[in-house]
Design a protein around this ligand. Structure first.
Ligand code: PEP
Ligand code: MN
Length: 304
């Protein structure tokens, strides 16, 4: 392992909580971020934000700047998409996360959202890592599709070395010879990263599999592997999403079923959804547990 004095784990019990506007990644609460691949319209975001908040998700995701393989594909609403995401999410009490693709965009986007995402194609864009470091904004750092775990940890080290310790790592699948799935979701990365670092780790089974039918089982497996949360693509009308990622997006009803199952299995893993606790600011550890499930009711939605 290369030298990672900031991101590397120094002792077996070292664990960092990363706060994102009152939510804590890396604590007892299992945090679910959900939303479309791309911000398309105000109406689309409203339906999705309402749906996911009703299911118990805590963050609204949605790309405004979309790094697309083809220059002829929809590139995202860019700066017009960011306020749509932010206003819609905040209206429903959701924190918001969106991708930044260029150092020049970081300050303007950081001023509007709760968390910045660095996508797989930019994990090794060192100028972007430095700019997000300087912004001080919580960051969801996705693993490069061909990056080793060590390279991911060193990318986190870049952000931290530039002044930002609020980094959450995300396993989103890597390129292998397998073609049935879009990527190969490396769930062993979850416990491995927890050995290597003290940072929270979340899993994106949407890009990790590329197939809607595989998202739910892999999301449950991610929870079992010790992930601190999920990043999920959810669309109210996936067949008409403006990016090809509709095929890996859950519908809101599918998200509801997944949340129901998570609510059932997480307690066996010492975790829960919608957990209330307070944090000792000095030690950044949980000090008081007042945890009750919140008011969300899933009565009547027992999955068939
Ligand atoms: C995304 O989250 O929409 C995205 C583009 O993900 P990735 O960078 O993992 O491909
Ligand atoms: Mn996507």
């Amino acid at each position: 392992m290369m030298q990672a004095p900031l991101a590397g784990r120094k002792s077996a019990d070292q664990k960092t909580l990363v706060e994102v506007s009152g939510l804590y990644f890396g604590g007892r609460e299992f945090i679910v971020a959900a939303g479309p691949c791309a911000v398309e319209t105000c109406e689309q975001m409203d339906v999705i934000a309402k749906g996911i908040s009703g299911c118990g998700a805590r963050l609204l995701r949605g790309g405004a700047y979309k790094p697309r393989t083809s220059p002829y594909d929809f590139q995202g609403l860019a700066e017009e998409g960011v306020p749509i995401l932010a206003e819609t999410g905040h209206r429903y009490g959701l924190a918001v996360v969106t991708e930044v693709v260029a150092p020049d965009h970081v300050a303007a986007v950081a001023a509007q959202v709760d968390m910045l995402q660095i996508g797989t194609r930019n994990m090794s864009n060192f100028e972007l890592l430095k700019a997000v470091g300087r912004s001080g904004k919580p960051c969801l750092l996705k693993r490069g599709m061909s990056a080793t775990l060590e390279e991911l940890v060193m990318a986190a080290e870049y952000i931290m070395a530039h002044g930002n310790s609020h980094v959450v790592l995300c396993e989103r699948g890597i390129r292998t010879f397998e073609r049935y799935t879009r990527n190969t979701l490396d769930l062993s990365a979850v416990p491995a990263l927890k050995e290597l670092t003290h940072l929270p780790v979340v899993v994106d089974p949407s890009h990790g599999t590329g197939k809607r039918s595989l998202v739910r089982p892999m999301a449950l497996a991610a929870a079992a592997a010790g992930a601190d949360g999920l990043l999920l693509e959810v669309h109210h009308d996936p067949d008409h999403s403006w990016t090809g990622d509709g095929r890996q997006s859950l519908t809101i009803e599918e998200l509801r079923r997944l949340m129901f199952e998570l609510r059932t299995i997480l307690p066996a893993l010492g975790r829960t959804l919608n957990y209330r606790f307070s944090v000792d600011e000095q030690s950044r550890t949980e000090v008081m547990i007042s945890g009750q499930e919140n008011h969300l009711s899933l009565a009547g939605v027992m999955p068939g």
